[in-house]
Design a binder for this molecule. Structure first.
Ligand code: FPP
Length: 234
């Protein structure tokens, strides 16, 4: 197998923590929101690139359950970016990308919730990349929500399996992430996909998210190809 072919062994599902927007803006003496604008551009470029190379699933962390603690202007700035992105209902449609949102939608603005449904329905027949966007997402919140759903379903305790839990998460039906990428020099999971990441491989880098390019993703995938995944076996 030559180098080119080797690069093409893709993980089935890549998850990304889009971190470092604030620091990127600070370095340029810009407001934090400018970092999020640049981060949203990178997100679109990377999603398109993942679709182009034939990735099956990409899950990005856009807003966590903890991000509400940020200053009001910053939260509003991120929500406005999301709104703009969603309003372009043709987003990704021509590109055959299927969009799905994961997280608790309850506290989101009504117009955003309606746009999310519109984007999901508008792209549901796409056969290219499955793009999951995590908004007001937290892994612990997701598990808590799943436990409530399971109890309310009336299933008896003995019948609950790991699959029952997986089937009641926001990511139900989606394979677990093979590979989790976190740029910006932080080495933690920050409540992201904590159930699903049990056997994920990780890739960290100092690059700030707005500077993250397809070439960095290619490098990450090359590194992934060197990993020896044993899933607890030998
Ligand atoms: C983390 O960087 C980033 C966020 C909390 C927001 C991510 C949002 C986007 C990339 C925009 C998403 C938009 C769409 C359309 C999905 P940080 O602010 O924590 O950076 P810092 O650690 O340097 O402060």
């Amino acid at each position: 197998m030559n180098r080119e072919e080797k690069k093409r062994i893709l993980p089935r599902h890549i998850a990304i923590i889009m971190d470092g927007n604030g620091r990127w803006a600070k370095k340029r003496s810009l407001p934090r929101t400018a970092g999020h604008i640049a981060g949203a551009k990178t997100f679109k470029t990377i999603a398109r690139y993942c679709n182009k190379i034939g990735l099956e699933y990409l899950t990005v962390y856009a807003f966590s359950t903890e991000n509400w603690k940020r200053p009001k202007e910053e939260v509003e700035g991120i929500m406005d970016l999301l709104r703009d992105y969603l309003k372009d209902a043709e987003n990704f449609k021509d590109e055959n990308i299927r969009v799905r949102f994961i997280g608790d939608r309850t506290p989101l603005a009504e117009d955003i919730k309606a746009l999310m449904v519109k984007n999901e329905e508008g792209s549901e027949n796409a056969t290219g990349l499955n793009l999951n966007i995590a908004i007001n997402y937290g892994g612990r919140d997701e598990i808590t929500h799943a436990v409530k759903k399971i109890i309310n379903s009336g299933i008896s305790a003995e019948d609950i399996t790991e699959q029952t839990i997986s089937d009641n998460l926001y990511t139900a039906g989606c394979p677990d992430p093979d590979f989790i990428i976190r740029p910006s020099g932080e080495y933690r999971l920050s409540n992201y996909l904590i159930w699903q990441s049990a056997y994920s491989e990780y890739w960290f880098s100092d690059i700030l998210w707005p500077d993250f390019k397809p070439k960095h993703l290619e490098k990450a995938i090359e590194d992934y190809n060197q990993r020896n995944r044993r899933f607890g076996g030998i």
